[in-house]
Design a protein around this ligand. Structure first.
Ligand SMILES: Nc1ncnc2c1ncn2[C@@H]1O[C@H](COP(=O)(O)OP(=O)(O)OP(=O)(O)O)[C@@H](O)[C@H]1O
Length: 239
């Protein structure tokens, strides 16, 4: 009974995920859950497979083994565009399309979506930018502003799960704090969040659960357990 309930648990379930790239195993038999309404952080060294893991979660990359379930359904059975609306990925490099911020936010929205300025401004506000940004040419934005526009763009699609790759990399402390508050609020509204980050302060502020990757395998724990270990490892690297 318990396992049947677990299978249908709302959120993302990664089970036995294995990926090799360039003939080298990157992820090995990786399993963890991201329940809706929670924030999970992945804190692991550069090159350990964080982006690879996120890309498997919305089918940008096909794993060599294992499954990813969304609300109990294998993501392989969900049409890719539909899946990527439900599981939004905010990538490490903010890619801007030509045109204004409005054009960027509205791109790809369908009749089902609210593409009016009020809805776009709400998404911008959640990402920490005011409505005046709607008319700004996207190619004139700073790196941090671009990062927040890509977060807003994912939010306009009304995702159920949000995957973020280094969401604070281009942000100062105040902007990172704002994004952290936004992620906590989104989780409070029922969204599931999975964020890969090097920013231990950010991770500690937002996480309900934390994961690190060791030799391609997941070690899961409370933020205190995992982040304490990551801090100690960094200290050892510096010595
Ligand atoms: N297409 C590819 N072919 C071969 N190796 C790859 C490919 N893509 C990634 N890799 C390697 O796979 C490993 C994991 O990469 P990934 O980008 O997932 O790491 P990461 O933990 O996100 O790193 P970072 O924190 O630096 O962004 C790295 O060693 C990388 O060099």
């Amino acid at each position: 009974m318990a396992s049947e309930r677990d299978e249908a648990a709302p959120g993302l379930r990664v089970h036995g995920l294995s990926v090799a790239l360039g003939g080298r195993p990157v992820l090995r038999d990786l399993s963890f859950d991201v329940p809706k309404g929670t924030v999970t952080v992945v804190v692991a060294p550069s090159g350990s497979g964080k982006s690879t893991l996120l890309r498997c979660c919305n089918r940008l990359l096909q794993p060599d083994g294992g499954t990813v379930l969304l609300d109990g359904a294998d993501v392989d059975g969900i049409e890719a565009c539909a899946l990527r609306r439900r599981v939004g990925l905010v990538g490490q490099v903010p890619v801007m399309l030509p045109g204004t911020v409005r054009d960027n936010l509205a791109y790809g929205l369908t009749e089902r979506d609210d593409s009016g300025d009020a809805a776009l401004a709400r998404a911008l506000a959640a990402a920490g930018l005011d409505a005046s940004f709607l008319d700004r040419p996207a190619d004139e934005l700073s790196g941090g502003e671009r990062a927040r526009v890509t977060l807003a763009r994912a939010l306009t699609r009304g995702p159920e799960l949000l995957l973020l790759d280094e969401p604070t990399a281009a942000l100062d402390a105040a902007a990172a704090g704002h994004v952290g508050e936004t992620l906590r609020r989104l989780a409070g509204d029922g969204l599931g969040v999975l964020a890969a980050t090097h920013d231990l302060g950010f991770a500690a502020a937002v996480a309900d659960r934390a994961i690190t990757l060791r030799d391609g395998r997941a070690v899961t724990g409370t933020p205190e357990e995992i982040l304490g270990g990551a801090d100690a490892e960094r200290g050892a690297e510096r010595r």
